[in-house]
Structure formats: C-alpha cells, structure tokens
Design a protein. Structure first.
Length: 248
C-alpha cells in the first residue's frame, strides 16, 4: 500500500454510516403500513381495508425485491408508490408522494443510530483534503434517504450520493464503483471503499482496484474476510488508517 496515495473515501450507507442493526424488518413495515394508511385517509384518498392495503404493499415490495435480486437492478420506492397510487385512484402531488414514502421509512429511521463522534471523524477526513461520497445498494428513494442524512447533519460532508436504483446494476457489479471514481476524477487505486458487506462492498471494491475497508457489523459476523481487506471496528479509525496508507 506504500505506493498508493489515498485521495477519497467512498462509504456504503446501511450499517456503515447509519447503523440499523440486526432487526426484524416486518415490525417497522407493519407500523409504516398503519401510519401510511391513516395518512391516506386523512388526505381524503381511497385506501380500502387496512389489512388489504397492508397485504397489497407487502406483496408488491417482496415481489420487487425478489426480481431485483434476480436481475441485479434495484427499483425506486417512490416510483412504486406512484404506480400503486395511480391504480388506486389517488390524487396526490409529487410532494405528497414524497411525504408518503417518508412515512413508509419513518419507523425504520427511528431505529437508526450513528457513531457518537461520526461528525468529527468526517470533518477530520475532510480537513485532510479527502473527497467523500456514498455508494449504496437500496430501493429506498433518494428523497427519503437524503432527507434522513440531512436530518442527521451528515449531508454536507459528501460530494455526491449514488443509490443503486439509479444504475443498471447493484453492487458488487463494477458499474457503481467506476461511476463514482469517474465522478471524483480519481483512479480506483486512489480511493478507499468502506462497507459492511463482504459480498457487495469488499468483493466489488477489490474487483475495481480500490482499497477495501470492512467495518465490523452483524452482516459480516464470523464470515471469511479476504486477506487484502483491512477491518475496523468504527469509522473513527479511518483518519489514522489513511495516514498510515499515505505514510503521513
């Protein structure tokens, strides 16, 4: 690593910057279904029986997740909501649809934690002259995730944020990694990629020539880690790691 000069850090989002932890996704889903059903009724929109509304949305999401895993391409939750709303005869503005998808995400957002010194760590990396961006596999709309990132006071640190539904293929396919390197105007060898998934983050970043850094999380517990991967317990270890790689 002595011949490399790290000039940027790319981050995964879930369980890297935002800690969701090991949760049962059905619990926040059913809370979200209830509050979105109530919200639609309050907006004077047809929602039908609550159990049918919940089942319809659960089935729709599950089928699209299965299809995305098969094709390697994620869907946009905002567009899905608009399509379902059209079928149900909803008359909502674009802003109301964004409010609706936020309400679907809100119970999950309430479970998220971040490292207590995350802002200081990102500021330290920025002060070293490093560019930072986010590259994340997700079907959750940018309007939702960017709002959450802003509310946590993190948005200002990043040059850009790429979500997989914006691309033809999700990680570990090279497309998102190479697009990010191009946007940063850097060679992959000048970039650290930090993530929690060995299959998506580490394999993908190694494949394009980035420096892979694995943040320890439930998603990689007791899994075989490739030998070229550096493991960290928290994002706060990154400034010292960059200094080490750059021989500072």
């Amino acid at each position: 690593m002595a011949d490399k000069k790290i000039k940027a850090v790319l981050f995964d989002l879930g369980d890297t910057l935002l800690n969701y932890g090991k949760i049962d996704p059905h619990e926040p889903f059913f809370k979200a279904a209830k509050q979105t059903w109530i919200w639609l009724k309050e907006q004077g929109q047809a929602a039908g029986w609550q159990w049918l509304y919940t089942f319809r949305n659960l089935l729709s999401v599950h089928l699209r997740i299965i299809w995305s895993h098969f094709t390697g391409h994620d869907f946009d939750s905002l567009q899905v909501m608009k399509n379902l709303g059209k079928k149900m005869g909803h008359q909502l503005t674009d802003q109301q649809y964004e409010d609706l998808v936020w309400l679907w995400y809100d119970p999950l957002a309430k479970l998220v934690t971040i490292e207590p010194n995350l802002h200081q760590t990102l500021a330290s990396l920025r002060d070293k002259g490093l560019k930072m961006a986010i590259v994340s596999n997700t079907f959750v709309s940018a309007s939702v995730l960017n709002r959450h990132i802003r509310e946590l006071g993190l948005y200002e640190f990043f040059e850009f944020i790429y979500y997989s539904y914006m691309f033809n293929k999700r990680k570990p396919h090279p497309e998102m990694f190479l697009a990010a390197a191009k946007q940063l105007n850097l060679a992959p060898s000048e970039i650290i990629f930090v993530g929690d998934r060995i299959d998506n983050d580490m394999v993908g970043s190694i494949g394009v020539g980035m420096t892979p850094v694995l943040k320890k999380a439930h998603s990689n517990f007791k899994k075989n880690v490739p030998p070229q991967v550096t493991q960290i317990n928290s994002i706060s270890e990154l400034p010292a790691l960059v200094d080490k790689i750059n021989n500072v």
